[in-house]
Write a protein that binds this ligand. Structure first.
Ligand code: PGA
Length: 276
């Protein structure tokens, strides 16, 4: 069950662009586009170095003047691509939940497959980050997804994929009930992104996930969160090679609560078309 009917559109810039000037152009394209603040919630997940700039640019501190463009700026949400689980101390190179909150960051992306692969982030580490993020009051976007494409056997569901995702959820959300079972606050602060690793554009496999398959897995994730974790109000998104041409094929399903967009989020023309 999802109480929030707004679709969540997450732009993940990954390690790009190279300069604040380019970052400003990209953000400008989002604000100037025709997106409606009523039917979607837009989150831009940025490299740490651009977070303060974005907070300023979007006027995260609300002012009294009501200008349409300003309202749009205010409705854009700020997200980081990672966070550390300890609150403070001798952890060189890390960024805490408190630092993010103080900047006006609302969302944090955790467990992206690129961090699992290049930084060897384990499910144990991801679990610590999920719990720390939620405890601090951040909204957590947790990425899960299988590494290899499962071939569909006639009349059989995506069994292997479901098993893989279930195990990931069990490990990444471990103890979530212990800490938050009765908390409705938790429920609306968790989003899961189903990102089949083989369908992410940077992996250059040439394969894309069929919207029907994404739907099947997303329904499975919802069922698992409901039955196994008793989490009721959350969102499940799809990510992997989303662009202006295929976004509608995924978002047309009411069960798909949004999308996470990587490569296409760095192309101004694509961003404009996507937001239309
Ligand atoms: P993609 O990336 O849209 O370029 O496939 C998605 C992601 O990895 O976040």
């Amino acid at each position: 069950m999802v109480e929030n009917a707004k679709k969540l559109i997450v732009f993940n810039w990954k390690m790009a662009p190279n300069s604040t000037k380019e970052a400003r152009r990209l953000l400008g394209a989002i604000i100037d586009s025709k997106f409606s603040i009523l039917n979607s919630e837009i989150v831009v997940v940025l490299p740490f170095v651009y977070l303060p700039f974005f907070a300023n640019f979007c006027g995260l501190k609300r002012e009294s003047t009501r200008i349409n463009k300003k309202e749009k700026r205010l409705s854009l949400k700020l997200g980081s691509q990672d966070v550390f689980w300890e609150k403070q101390g001798a952890f060189t190179g890390e960024i805490s939940t408190i630092m993010l909150k103080n900047l006006g960051v609302e969302y944090v992306l955790i467990g992206h497959s690129e961090r699992r692969k290049y930084l060897n982030e384990t499910d144990e580490v991801i679990n610590k980050k999920v719990l720390a993020g939620l405890e601090a009051g951040l909204k957590v976007i947790l990425c899960v997804g299988e590494p290899e494409m499962e071939l569909r056997i006639k009349n059989k569901g995506l069994k292997k994929t479901k098993n893989y995702i279930k195990k990931q959820l069990e490990k990444d959300l471990k103890n979530i009930l212990l800490n938050y079972s009765k908390s409705r606050i938790l429920n609306s602060r968790l989003a899961i992104v189903y990102e089949p690793v083989w369908a992410i554009s940077a992996n250059n496999t040439g394969k894309t996930c069929k919207p029907e398959d994404a739907l099947e897995i997303i329904k499975f994730i919802k069922k698992t969160l409901n039955s196994k974790f008793s989490i009721l109000n959350f969102r499940v998104l799809y990510g992997g090679s989303i662009d202006s041409k295929n976004i509608g094929d995924f978002l047309k399903y009411p069960e798909i609560d949004g999308v996470l967009i990587g490569g296409a989020s760095l192309k101004i023309k694509e961003v404009e078309k996507i937001l239309k």
